[in-house]
Design a protein around this ligand. Structure first.
Ligand code: SAH
Length: 379
């Protein structure tokens, strides 16, 4: 493969694109046009940018490229949820999920709009005990262009470029373990010349990488926050969410208590329910106490079971009983209806096998009893 020397403009935010145009001796308003073509119209070819002169288009194509994740495969669930397997420039594979008319996060049931569930890393380093993605381990961070690229591709494929939708950073990876690129991606998504997403339509979900949660609290472009809590004692959380050994539950909740929220905004606490592990009435009562003083709502996620995950999903009765205790103590609670389970697109079920990461891939295939994907990844 020839060595690529062209700059990928999909990685550039508007100020950087303006600087790149200035370096060519071109006026900055062209940067705005290009940014619009890419991010608002989903165009990945300079030749199609019809309001730019022919010379400029040729010059751009010589110096720049526009990387866009390639769709390898889509799988559609009976409930309409669609999982996209995407290939990145270096052959790595990630998954993104389209969830029709099903708001998660702060947009709430008042505003039923479809949601894009986007990845921030190839794999994940957090190794939560019940999560399949965690079994992959971490391969690498996604770049801002790759994070935004997933949104562009889904919007284009689903013909939603001119519609509004929600974004949840709940795909593969831990967004606060890839802080800079994730925040750059959010700013690009919010840019008025691009998709102009409101931060209120974006939810960042995290296990609570504390130093970066503190940084997030100071960001001007502030998404909704969801915390993957999953446990009510340090000991239990150490086991289920290993990062807790470094950034403990009590400190995490203190940071949440200090987290700046707008009027009527609340932090969502996700709580995966594992039968006879964290689903008892005592857990529910402890959860109530822990959330005291936090503008919170709780989202219960009955476990999506999978081979290789050593836990079971509790009965609906146990889930209801748990929810009722929270509600009786004035805690807003919802039970997440799991979507796309038939295509393994539900929470914690995103997993890919990369061409180069054979070992963990084979390990997973063995666990799942079948090849995860049959496609060979070619760069
Ligand atoms: N790393 C971030 C983003 C992933 S969000 C985070 O952990 O918040 C995915 C959500 O699905 C998390 O709350 C995660 O804990 C949850 N999840 C993972 N595996 C699951 C499973 N098997 N069943 C239900 N929820 C699961």
């Amino acid at each position: 493969m020839p060595i690529e020397t062209r700059t990928d403009v999909a990685e550039l935010d508007l100020p950087a694109l303006e600087a790149a145009l200035a370096a060519l001796g071109r006026p900055r308003f062209h940067a705005r046009q290009i940014f619009q073509w890419i991010h608002r119209h989903g165009v990945a070819d300079f030749a199609a940018m019809s309001d730019l002169g022919r010379d400029l288009r040729q010059e751009l194509a010589r110096d720049f490229r526009i990387d866009t994740p390639a769709v390898v495969k889509t799988e559609r669930s009976t409930d309409g949820t669609t999982k996209f397997l995407l290939r990145l420039r270096d052959g790595k594979l990630i998954e993104s999920v389209y969830i029709p008319d099903h708001p998660i996060g702060d947009a709430g049931p008042r505003d039923p709009r479809s949601t894009f569930c986007i990845s921030t890393q190839v794999g994940c380093a957090m190794r939560c005990a019940f999560c399949l993605t965690g079994k992959m381990g971490i391969d690498r961070n996604l770049s801002a262009g790759e994070i935004v690229g997933q949104v562009r591709v889904l919007a284009r494929e689903l013909e939603l470029l001119s519609s509004r939708f929600n974004i949840v950073l709940m795909g593969m990876g831990e967004p606060l373990h890839n802080y800079d690129e994730t925040m750059k991606a959010l700013r690009m998504l919010g840019d008025e010349h691009g998709m102009a997403m409101s931060p209120r339509r974006i939810t960042l979900s995290t296990v609570g990488v504390l130093p970066n949660l503190e940084r997030l609290a100071t960001e001007p472009f502030m998404p909704n926050l969801a915390i993957s809590l999953h446990a009510t004692t340090e000991e239990q959380r150490d086991h289920l969410v290993p990062v807790n050994r470094k950034y403990g539950l009590v400190d995490l909740l203190d940071a949440c208590r200090r987290f700046p929220l707008k009027r009527r905004q609340r932090i969502t606490f996700e709580y995966v329910m594992l039968r006879e592990v964290n689903d008892t009435p005592e857990d529910a009562r402890r959860l109530v106490r822990l959330l005291n003083g936090i503008k919170a709502k709780v989202n219960l996620l009955p476990l999506n079971e999978a081979a290789g995950i050593p836990f079971e999903r509790p009965s609906d009765d146990r889930v209801d009983r748990f929810a009722r205790i929270l509600a009786d103590h004035g805690v807003t609670v919802s039970v997440r209806k799991s979507r796309g389970r038939d295509i393994r697109a539900a929470c914690g079920q995103l997993i890919t096998e990369s061409a180069k990461a054979k070992a963990p891939g084979q390990q997973m295939a063995a666990l799942l009893g079948a090849p995860v994907i049959s496609h060979a990844a070619k760069p």
